[in-house]
Ligand binder design. Structure first.
Ligand SMILES: [Fe+2]
Ligand SMILES: [Fe+2]
Length: 200
């Protein structure tokens, strides 16, 4: 499916998630599930936004149609977990992570497209890593298995965002900017946010 050359994988993340995050998350699973539902909804929205903003990038449209559908399926599945655990769907304030990463996106094209793809890929990579941690440490075995089932899709998602960045930009430019944004991404998570969130 992807080209056979070596692409940056989860190694793109500069710093691994801390134990403190895992402890905070597993002690607040209901809040994490509610936040997770919002993350899946936003991920679908992000994929759709790319399609609206760049309607003539055919390869991108094809790939992101698949991602948008999958994210909506995840949204539906997480919502089922909310119902099962009697967690009311409601608003939840987002941690500063997403807005702070978005602020890194340069305003001019084509840099705007490059940065948007890389930032979205980094968010997907972090989700993949953290859902993986939840699949190991979540005390509810069924919920842990659910997290495990989502991990593979999130890995495919960040793979797709890297492939798209690599399609539309020079490898060197893409790698250099990825490195810069990955540093910012890890710095944003260096201090644990007081409230439990997927990206706290
Ligand atoms: Fe997802
Ligand atoms: Fe995703």
């Amino acid at each position: 499916m992807f080209p056979s050359y070596q692409l940056p994988t989860i190694n793109a993340l500069q710093q691994p998630t801390t134990n403190a995050w895992v402890e905070q998350a597993i002690s607040n699973l209901d809040t994490i599930l509610l936040d997770h539902a919002h993350c899946e909804r936003k991920a679908a929205g992000v994929a759709l936004n790319f399609m609206f903003r760049y309607p003539s990038n055919v390869k991108m449209i094809k790939e992101l149609t698949k991602i948008a559908k999958e994210e909506l399926e995840h949204f539906e599945q997480v919502n089922e977990w909310l119902e099962r655990r009697n967690i009311p769907m409601g608003p939840l304030n987002a941690p500063p992570y997403g807005a702070a990463l978005k602020a890194q996106v340069r305003r001019q094209e084509p840099q705007r497209l490059l940065d948007s793809l890389l930032v979205t890929g980094l968010i997907e990579a972090r989700s993949h890593e953290r859902l993986g941690l939840l699949s190991i440490y979540c005390p509810d075995p069924e919920l842990a298995a659910f997290y495990g089932s989502l991990m593979a899709s999130e890995a495919r998602h960040y793979g797709t965002y890297w492939v798209l960045a690599d399609t539309y930009f020079d490898r060197e430019v893409f790698m250099e900017r990825l490195q810069e944004l990955a540093m910012v991404e890890s710095e944003l998570l260096a201090n644990l946010h007081p409230e439990p969130r997927i990206h706290s």
